[in-house]
Design a protein around this ligand. Structure first.
Ligand SMILES: NC(=O)C1=CN([C@@H]2O[C@H](COP(=O)(O)OP(=O)(O)OC[C@H]3O[C@@H](n4cnc5c(N)ncnc54)[C@H](O)[C@@H]3O)[C@@H](O)[C@H]2O)C=CC1
Ligand SMILES: O=C(O)[C@@H]1CCC=N1
Length: 265
């Protein structure tokens, strides 16, 4: 199976890196092209994947075409490759935020099997969280194959398209917010005398363990908060100070702004 990526920015590189680490796909199975040779050529040299001269060549030579360009250029790029997207032989996977299946079908072909996805950056290490929704033409083995790519680089969830914006905020963008939280913890550690490297490692490990605890424990996060908060202790003092500064409100406001921006695409 040949997988072609159109657009080779941060997200496409994360998916390719994850696929090469976590699946049986080899660099020769992966084709790429984007608008910026200065990005995709060094990436092709580093990973051994094949750089093609045009978007159309990628679409022509691939069984699965992954649209990984920014939303503002998705329309002209699909118009450019539409003739290569033979509905009997190809699957289109889109990772473009805010681009509906209806619009993808209008642009790429009404009979084409299409999987709309919304992955996150952590696919690069096999720990992604990806939302998927297939159109009616993507069924059976082909659907398993397309969704299976994302299952192998993390977890997937099938969601109605109406929930994609919320998912995008909670899982697509949230790695940035969690990295921000880790960096904030780490800076606090530096303020109190730790080196940045030590503080970052300590904070990241604590965040990873806490996420795993939420997933594996029967308790909800509030129950776990209570378990950490010793009566009269330091944790509850910290929690109250964070809440006084508006911790939960700032998180919810950030997610609201993320969803509003995604809906405006
Ligand atoms: N970065 C993330 O964490 C996530 C991004 N996405 C989606 O992935 C897509 C790509 O996002 P990023 O990788 O962050 O952006 P990026 O800016 O890093 O990459 C965009 C790529 O598109 C290429 N491009 C631009 N015009 C082109 C054209 N005419 N033909 C071919 N390639 C062209 C650029 O050269 C670049 O390689 C977006 O649609 C975004 O909504 C979805 C989920 C998460
Ligand atoms: O920032 C963005 O628009 C994309 C969508 C989800 C994560 N990154």
């Amino acid at each position: 199976m040949k997988i072609g990526f159109i657009g080779v920015g941060g997200m496409a590189q994360a998916i390719i890196t994850g696929l090469l680490k976590q699946t049986k796909l080899t660099p020769s199975d992966i084709l790429i092209h984007s608008a910026h040779a200065s990005t995709y050529e060094p990436f092709a040299n580093k990973t051994g994947v094949t750089a093609k001269a045009t978007n159309a060549e990628v679409a022509q030579d691939s069984d699965v075409v992954v649209l990984a360009v920014t939303p503002n250029v998705a329309t002209p790029v699909l118009q450019e490759i539409r003739d290569q997207l033979d509905a009997k032989r190809k699957i289109l996977i889109s990772i473009v935020a805010g681009l509906s299946l209806k619009r993808l079908e209008e642009l790429a072909g009404y009979d084409l099997p299409i999987l709309r996805t919304l992955p996150n950056l952590n696919v690069a290490i096999g720990a992604g969280m990806t939302a998927v929704h297939a159109n009616e033409h993507l069924t059976g083995e082909a659907k398993q194959q397309a969704v299976g790519l994302f299952d192998q680089i993390g977890s997937t969830v099938t969601l109605p398209e109406a929930d994609f914006s919320t998912f995008s905020a909670l899982a697509g963008s949230s790695p940035a917010y969690v990295y921000f939280f880790i960096d904030s913890l780490s800076r606090a550690g530096v303020k109190h005398g730790l080196t940045k490297a030590a503080a970052t490692k300590i904070a990241a490990q604590a965040v990873m363990g806490s996420a795993e605890m939420v997933l594996k424990s029967d308790e909800n996060p509030f129950g776990l908060i209570d378990q950490v908060s010793s009566p009269g202790g330091s944790t509850v003092a910290g929690l109250l100070a964070m809440e006084e500064a508006g911790f939960m409100t700032s998180v919810v406001k950030g997610i609201d702004a993320t969803i509003d921006r995604d809906n405006a695409e």
